[in-house]
Design a binder for this molecule. Sequence first.
Ligand code: PMP
Length: 774
Amino acid sequence: MHVENQNSIAPQPTAEELIALCEQAYGLRGTVGRLPGENLNFLLQGDDGQSYVLKLAGEDLPAAVIELEHRMIEHLISSGIDISLPRIHLNRSGQLETEFRDGDGHSHRARLLEYVGGTPWCEAGPPSTGLLRDLGRILAEIDLALADLDLPPAHREHRWALASAGVHRAKIELIDDPGRQALAEKMFHLYAAYAPRLAEVPHSLIHSDANDENVLVANDRVVGLLDFADSLYNPTICELAVALAYAMLDHPEPLQAGAEIVAGYHAIRPVAQDELEVLFPLVVGRLCTTVAVAAERRSIDPDHPNWYVTEARAWDLLERFAAIDPTDAAAELASAIDSKPGMESGAGIPDLLRSRRMHVGSSLSIAYEQPLKIVRGSGQYLYDHRGRPYLDLVNNVCHVGHCHPHVVAAGQHQMERLNTNTRYLYDGLAEYAGRLAATLPDPLEVCFFVNSGSEANELALRLAETYTGRHDWLVIDGAYHGNTSRLVGLSPYKFMGPGGKGHPEPWVHVVPMPDGYRGIHKGQDRSTGEAYGDEVGRVIAGLDVPVAGFLAESLLGCGGQIVPPPGYFQRAFEHVRTAGGLCVIDEVQVGFGRAGTHCWAFEAQGVIPDIVVMGKPIGNGHPLAAVVTTRPIAEAFANGMEYFSTFGGNPVSCAIGMAVLDVIEEEQLQNHALELGGHFLAGLKTLKEKHELIGEARGMGLFLGLELVRDRETLEPAAEDAAELVERMKARGVLLSTDGPLHNVIKIKPPMVLNRDDVDMVLRALNDEMSKLP
Ligand code: PMP
């Protein structure tokens, strides 16, 4: 990991050199002494009876940033702000900075600032309510005054920029204490899950560093604000969040104190609902930055005098905040104002369970030992009724991210205009069908639109049966293809599972799972793939009936995230086609770029099916599914009996489906799946080296699996450990599930907008939790 070396001990000129500088450059005589704090600041007691601060700039501080500070301070003064600010005195040449060289040959840039009197907040004792409100008021006045000032150098990255505090997350690895590491992980997770919402709140130029050394107090009022070095263009609410983070340190009732600051701020610059919702996570983000930067600095110099002043207090506050639900924290911070965060929790879990039991069929299961009540989804996150975020590694349906704004807008827009059925002409249907067909290789060109993967598979069966005049099917062991009676009959996952018949119906012929890890042929090479392909031929050879087709997932989902070895589908298709059957590929779980290398996972095997079935991600959660086939197959189906689906392919569905394709293209999600999936799989393979429990880490793109075993020789499945790991990861805010016929495979199939930080966090958490499994 890259360790920043900023703020390492810089060369210091002598007092004599500084005195000489003041005289030459500013015409001031006096005495000079170092001021406490991280920065190279010196107090100049002028013979004119005035005090000044001489500030040496770090080498990497661009002149444009000094200009920015100057313009901000002058702007604030001219707008009538009633506190003292460190105004810059120009040197004799009228410049903001003076360059000089010290006796050791080091060059420096100095500025002379007005001395700002007052006691630093951290030394002023417990703050009164009035002082807390005054801090809020001043910050709001500053933010309002700066709102109309947009200076180009302010649009910059900065290591303390609260909107990008996530950059410090990887430093968690440098925290020595495992308990604290887990605490930082949890709190960074909270910050990271709310940070994307900052895109929706107002941005402006802010001071961004109202910490407890920079805020100066006298007579129970805020009288000064120092240090404009962190100023930048950021979400305006970050101003308040930074101040809250420091003012809450050591406070016996931090959120109550925070509420007073918020109230002071709100009276001048009203805090909007969405700002209130991100405020607590932002405070947490600042505290996380403090402890992460401290961990980084310790790796450079554990004894540096000023680097760790806030660290211990920040840990204490993080500890306290870890026990508070984000909804409660947001409500408490807003307790003294009329605006409220819109994080309503609704009915409690016991009530929901009760009414569900009363009125909803109990064959539906509920995930996790303690069920989750989810109230919101955004990107790769789900949020429960307490505001706790969960990184979603389960929902491949919300392919381009939960509630993607482009998809939502497309649906809303179309719903406002027209929703009807396919018996009318409308632009969306033809356009969408064309776009969808264009993603597939020739001769797959004719689309049918339906409402679920099951319905699509049903239609695929009918298409193949009409075309071939046959009714027997080949299907892969462990597969799931849908919930209708025929598809349950074609899903070994169901008919061999609990409540199932325990054997296939006469028209269903099961071929072995092409599982190179645990199956009858071992290995991931072409010869294994072909050996499994020949198993399809073997089953066909044993039949005394002709088959209509072979229905197969291109990557086996319910089968346990299995990637068939290369050559499998080529060989299997040869056998099926020789027998006069059609090859139907179910891409319901894995299509639309998830496999990374291709849009459709079957393409990775170099085959072209006769019929492709798609669902789940196609509408990003909107009930839409499709079947795409060749013209001859489609024409054979047009035998006089109409095929009609009331909702299938309606204008709203087409608009949504099209918006999903837009996002996949615009955000280059297929390539993202390739790159991020590669990184993820490499990380899982590294975990396998550390943890005997992992028998195999496998997958393609963002469709990954971890098969857990009690013994790497016997492959005894570790289903209980898999279930336990899923629960433990849930407690850490990561949603996973188990699958596979032996229930020992951890499934990973997140929304495709997952990012590298998320993956690294998951890998750290998996490593940690696997180390703790009994
Ligand atoms: N095929 C596969 C591979 C699936 O995973 C599923 C759903 N899990 C289906 C078909 C059925 O889709 P739906 O639930 O939309 O009917």
